[in-house]
Design a protein around this ligand. Structure first.
Ligand SMILES: *[C@@H]1O[C@H](CO)[C@@H](O)[C@H](O)[C@H]1NC(C)=O
Ligand SMILES: *[C@@H]1O[C@H](CO)[C@@H](O)[C@H](O)[C@H]1NC(C)=O
Ligand SMILES: *[C@@H]1O[C@H](CO)[C@@H](O)[C@H](O)[C@H]1NC(C)=O
Ligand SMILES: *[C@@H]1O[C@H](CO)[C@@H](O)[C@H](O)[C@H]1NC(C)=O
Ligand SMILES: *[C@@H]1O[C@H](CO)[C@@H](O)[C@H](O)[C@H]1NC(C)=O
Length: 427
């Protein structure tokens, strides 16, 4: 595929320029507190759900015991509201003594003993978004060293209560300061989410040299509208965003809300499929203690995870946007394989979408198709028309293997296809 070759070249060229800390060669996977648990401080009346060490221990135990860790879900990430309202007498950040009585290093070690990793949150500004102590330019070196001393593995740097000038200095300084600690700490920058503009006024080359991942856009909420809005924004801006991603540097459309309250099963499969094909970080924000088996099986779908974690690290794109409300996304994978997502934005009934691999610009050949959620396998020639039935606000996701037989004739676009004469295969 012509487009694949071009993308591959650009991915390989830019890969050399990723932040050189060895972290996140594939998109990170794990769990993050924010969307589901927010800034719940009421440990007296809501002890199971408040932001305290118990919550992170509970989630770590679930990741460790319920088959998540083996799939790659290894990060347990603390978000806002973990710290004390005051720095200590030496000016260092400190965890809230009531809610985190054993401190952050205890949690890091708890994670490490189980093959997991700990992520922590801070803010490039005077305060965090929740009003806790922020990191001003003067605090950067000390805070980076504190995180390293606590054996933290990932740091998310939010951008409330600051301005463009401060951020322009602070985000690069923190990257340097984390590196100077000598501890590999993956670095998540919320910087572009605060820069805004359409197309975004962000230097993604620079960002890829400073950060391992970055939030480009607003926070996800527990609703299908929110997912749809994010997907639309990422697709509309894909020409800027997709080339910025690669091993060690990822666009972050925000957390997976599968297993919460806002998504149906079809919508949950859609979020999983779209995040996988966009090479997005897979940070769940849900309650792993009570998650339904349906939501769990979507999040633990092996083929979806394999597609997300493909070592080439090329971010997929929307290649078709039909007026009737069907989108097709495509992502090139290693070993000449690829992934396709047929996505319905419709609200009526399962839509029977007809196309062919040839129409999607696949070269001549015979391909093995694995349906990721139906778990069925078929073989399709590029010229064979097929029909996929896509549920409203749902997806059909395919892993497409390399063609079994290469036709050595050069690929000619357009003319010469007689696909319409062949009756379609209904899949
Ligand atoms: C710090 O940066 C240097 C140069 O880019 C790199 O070789 C080294 O691995 C980095 N160290 C850490 C701990 O990130
Ligand atoms: C940005 O914030 C810094 C620190 O609070 C302040 O000194 C500076 O004047 C601000 N710059 C602008 C353009 O608002
Ligand atoms: C973007 O950042 C890169 C790397 O830091 C730099 O070389 C380039 O000049 C920047 N581009 C613009 C338009 O500022
Ligand atoms: C990928 O496809 C090319 C033809 O485009 C072929 O030469 C190469 O051997 C294939 N690689 C793999 C790993 O199948
Ligand atoms: C297929 O390639 C042609 C020519 O480059 C392009 O115009 C068309 O948009 C492509 N279609 C898809 C689905 O990528």
């Amino acid at each position: 595929m012509h487009a694949a070759a071009l993308l591959l070249v650009s991915a390989l060229c830019s890969a050399t320029w990723a932040l050189d800390n060895g972290e996140m060669r594939v998109p990170p996977m794990g769990w993050l507190a924010w969307e589901r648990f927010r800034c719940d401080l009421d440990c007296q009346h809501d002890p199971k759900n408040c932001i305290s060490e118990n919550l992170f221990i509970d989630m770590a135990d679930r990741l460790f015991e319920d088959g998540w860790r083996e799939l790659g879900y290894v990060y347990v990430n603390i978000d806002d509201c973990w710290s004390s309202m005051k720095r200590d007498e030496k000016g260092r950040l400190q965890a809230d003594p009531q809610r985190f009585p054993r401190g952050i290093r205890f949690l890091s070690r708890y994670m490490h003993a189980r093959g997991l990793k700990l992520g922590l949150y801070g803010d490039m500004g005077t305060h965090t978004c929740g009003g806790y102590p922020g990191t001003t330019l003067d605090d950067i070196a000390l805070d980076a060293q504190t995180f390293a001393d606590w054996e933290v593995d990932m740091f998310k740097f939010d951008g409330c209560y600051s301005n463009a000038t401060v951020q322009e200095q602070g985000y690069p300084l923190m990257s340097k300061a984390l590196n100077a600690t000598g501890r590999p700490i993956a670095y998540s920058c919320s910087w572009p989410a605060y820069q805004g503009g359409l197309p975004p006024k962000v230097n993604y080359t620079q960002l890829g040299q400073l950060c391992n991942l970055w939030r480009n856009y607003g926070d996800i909420q527990d609703s299908w509208d929110s997912v749809l809005n994010i997907v639309e924004w990422f697709s509309e801006n894909q020409d800027v965003l997709a080339p910025a991603a690669g091993p060690g540097k990822w666009n972050d459309p925000d957390m997976l809300i599968i297993g919460d309250f806002g998504l149906s099963m079809d919508q949950s499969r859609a979020q999983m499929a779209l995040w996988a094909i966009m090479a997005a970080p897979l940070f769940m924000s849900n309650d792993l203690r009570t998650i339904s088996s349906g939501a769990r099986s979507i999040l633990q779908n092996k083929m979806a995870v394999i597609i997300n974690q493909d070592p080439l690290g090329i971010q997929g794109r929307r290649i078709v946007k039909e007026k009737i409300g069907i989108d097709v996304f495509w992502r090139p994978l290693s070993k000449n394989a690829s992934a396709l997502v047929f996505f319905s934005r419709r609200n009526d009934m399962p839509y029977r979408y007809q196309t062919s691999l040839g129409k999607l610009n696949y070269t001549t050949g015979s391909y093995e198709i694995h349906d990721v959620f139906a778990q069925k396998t078929t073989t399709l020639k590029d010229s064979t028309p097929f029909v996929v039935s896509v549920n409203p606000t749902g997806v059909v996701m395919w892993h497409v293997s390399a063609p079994a037989k290469w036709n050595r004739r050069p690929f000619r676009r357009g003319g010469g296809r007689r696909g319409n004469a062949i009756p379609p295969v209904f899949l």
